[in-house]
Structure formats: structure tokens, C-alpha cells
Design a protein around this ligand. Structure first.
Ligand code: BMA
Length: 370
């Protein structure tokens, strides 16, 4: 528990509570798109920045440096005593009907960890590094530029791909507490599409095809009864301005959170990318009424002992982001980590970052769903 912070993020209950029966009746179509808890999550995400920003870590409770699958363990918690307020997971290979993800985590374990994160009151986010439905290669197989076209309605791989999305629907619908409450999550497919390293990337499909891919994905999920999901749009840091950022934006009716993915290689470029992208999402967030976030970031191996307070905190500055999320601590590639673990050179600075009044961890957010 962080003694320098207030005990809980006090979040005013949303308009849902004030809704009388008449309003509820006239709201039937929107409640079939989003459950009341999912609406609450969205409303609360819009208010997080009044207090600070949430810290997130990919696969935090699944594995870390030197461990795999241990109940309750987290590299972040081992350093600061609390879990991240946001934990992200990846659904890659769920489309194949596999029982384990591309990073070798059983989907049953991911489901369990999402339930635990919900019980803590924190947020779970899901990305999807899915296979290439045309070539059979992985998400990074960019050998064919007709993949997206082939899975859109009328395309040769449409039926197959619709089945892949329905497997995601099945997983989303299975996220339920013992009493049957569906757990709201953030879904962040088709990310980093402003680069060309995934088969849905910039040079791999036309603007209209990319937008149609998004619409089709959300349509299939909604038709399958998925109503516990918010959607995040997260390009890389390639867009130079709001016009470029919005070029392939699929529409306000589909997207709830707008963010970007950017990593540090050299500090100067990183800080430039951060300020440019933060200012873009801040402007669009305000005009489109969207939650803004740094959906993926980090410095691989964190060789800078003061990175958290010397680079990341100043880069975020006063931008009203809901969260910043760093990528995974890969137990199978020990130089591929983005959060500190016991003995790591930036561990002490991470504690200072944790104690900063603006950083929010699981115990600080308490509940995003009421
Ligand atoms: C990438 C790397 C890969 C991993 C993928 C999906 O950034 O971490 O090793 O398979 O994300 O998690």
C-alpha cells in the first residue's frame, strides 16, 4: 500500500445510478452494446486523470524474470508491494483453437488472471498477435499484401477469419465472475498499423480496407453478444499530426480509447516521439471525447537506473492519460524485459516512481466498475 497516496481512487458513480426506468428502456440498444459495468468502466477511465495515471505491465502475473506461472507472483509487486493497475494479455493463437497463447500462456490462466485483476478493481487489456490467415505465417508475416482484402466480406478467407473472431468472442463472453457478472476488458486489436511489420500494417492494406477490418471485427463481436469490451486504437508513433493519426481511424462509434505504442532506443528520439504523440492524442481525446493512454512503451532491459523518474515521468508531464503500460518481462528471453525485478538496476527508482502522487497502482484504483 502506498502511504503517500490516498487510499482509493474515489470515482463518482456514473449516470447509470441516476437512470430511472424510463431512461433504461430508451437505452436498450446501447446496453446491448455495453453492460452497465462496462459503461461504468468507460466513465471511470475518463476520470482517472483527475488523480493521476495508472501504471500497466504486460503479462505481469503470468511470468517474470526467473519464474513462470507462480500463483500471485508479479515482478512489479516484488519491487513496490502492489500490482499494476492495468495488466495486459495477448490472445495470439486463440484463433487457431489452441489452449496456449503465442507466448506459451494457457488461455485458462489468462482468464483466471483477468478475474483476479477485476477482483482487485484494476483493468485488463487484451492485444492480439494473431496468425496470418492467408499464408499461415505469424503476425509478422508481411510477404503478401492481399491478406486484409482476402478476409473482408466477399474475400476468399472471410468465413475462416469470421470463425477466428468468433473464438475471441467466445473468450470475451467467458470472462465471468462466479455470480455471472461479465468482466469488462479493453480490446486493442490491429495495433501499430502505421508501421508495416504486421500483416495489417500501413503498406499491407489500403486505408478503406483497414477501416473495414476494424468494423467487421467489432460487428462480429457484437453479433456474438460481446458487450463487456471497450476498444482501443493504438498506432505507433509514426503519425506526425492529428490528420495523419486519424487517417485510418475507424470511427468514434467503434473506439473508446486512443493511444500509441512507442519504445525508447535513444532518449532524444523517444522524448520527441512521446511529446508529439501525447499532444496528438490529447487534442483528439478532447475533441472526440475519448480516453487517452500510452498503450505500449518501455526501454528494453532498462539499463538507465533513473529511467522511471528521469525519462518516463517527465515525458508524460501533465498530459491527462488514463494509463501507461510497459511491455513484458519475458522469462524465455531474459534480456527482453521492461519492468524491474529484484536486483535490477532501475528497481530503486521504480519505487520512487511508485511513490509519486500521480502514479496509480491496483490498490489506488480500487474499483473501476462501480
Ligand atoms: C513482442 C515480443 C514477442 C511476443 C509478442 C506478443 O513485442 O515480446 O516476443 O511474442 O510481443 O506478446
Amino acid at each position: 500500500m502506498n502511504k503517500f497516496k490516498e487510499v482509493a481512487l474515489t470515482l463518482v458513480t456514473t449516470a447509470f445510478v441516476a437512470c430511472g426506468p424510463a431512461q433504461k428502456q430508451s437505452n436498450i440498444s446501447s446496453s446491448s452494446i455495453r453492460t452497465a459495468e462496462t459503461e461504468n468502466l468507460l466513465a471511470n477511465l475518463k476520470k482517472v486523470s483527475f488523480r493521476g495515471f495508472m501504471f500497466g505491465h504486460h503479462d505481469d502475473t503470468n511470468y517474470g524474470i526467473g519464474w513462470d506461472g507462480e500463483e500471485g507472483r508479479s515482478d512489479v509487486k516484488s519491487i513496490c508491494g502492489d500490482y499494476p493497475a492495468v495488466i495486459s494479455f495477448d490472445l495470439g493463437h486463440i484463433e487457431l483453437g489452441d489452449t496456449v497463447s503465442l507466448d506459451n500462456v494457457p488461455f485458462n490462466k489468462i482468464r483466471k488472471e483477468i478475474l483476479k485483476q477485476y477482483a482487485r478493481g484494476g483493468l485488463s487489456s487484451l492485444s492480439w498477435h494473431l496468425r496470418n490467415p492467408l499464408t499461415g505465417g505469424d503476425a509478422w508475416d508481411v510477404s503478401d499484401t492481399t491478406v486484409v482484402r482476402s478476409i473482408l466480406p466477399g474475400g476468399a478467407n472471410h468465413e475462416k477469419f469470421a470463425g477466428w473472431v468468433s473464438r475471441v468472442s467466445h473468450f470475451m463472453n467467458s470472462l465471468q465472475t462466479e455470480s455471472g457478472v461479465k468482466i469488462p476488458v479493453l480490446f486493442r486489436p490491429w495495433h501499430e498499423h502505421t508501421g508495416s511489420w504486421f500483416w495489417w500494417g500501413e503498406k499491407l492494406c489500403k486505408t478503406e480496407e483497414y477501416k473495414a477490418l476494424w468494423r467487421m471485427t467489432v460487428d462480429i463481436l457484437r453479433n456474438d453478444g460481446v458487450n463487456n469490451v471497450l476498444y482501443a486504437y493504438s498506432p505507433g508513433s509514426e503519425p506526425q499530426d492529428t490528420v495523419q493519426y486519424l487517417k485510418r481511424y475507424p470511427g468514434d462509434d467503434l473506439i473508446d480509447v486512443i493511444g500509441f505504442d512507442t519504445y525508447q532506443f535513444d532518449q532524444t528520439t523517444y522524448l520527441e516521439n512521446m511529446v508529439k504523440s501525447l499532444s496528438i492524442v490529447d487534442t483528439i481525446g478532447k475533441t472526440h471525447d475519448k480516453v487517452i493512454a500510452i498503450t505500449e512503451t518501455g526501454y528494453e532491459g532498462i539499463p538507465d537506473p533513473k529511467w522511471w523518474t528521469g525519462t518516463l515521468l517527465p515525458a508524460i508531464g501533465d498530459y491527462p492519460i488514463a494509463y501507461v503500460l510497459v511491455w513484458r518481462n519475458a522469462r524465455e528471453r531474459i534480456t527482453h524485459f521492461y519492468a524491474p525485478y529484484s536486483g535490477q538496476v532501475s528497481a530503486e527508482d521504480f519505487v520512487t516512481f511508485y511513490n509519486h502522487p500521480k502514479t496509480l497502482f491496483a490498490a489506488d484504483v480500487n474499483s473501476l466498475y462501480k
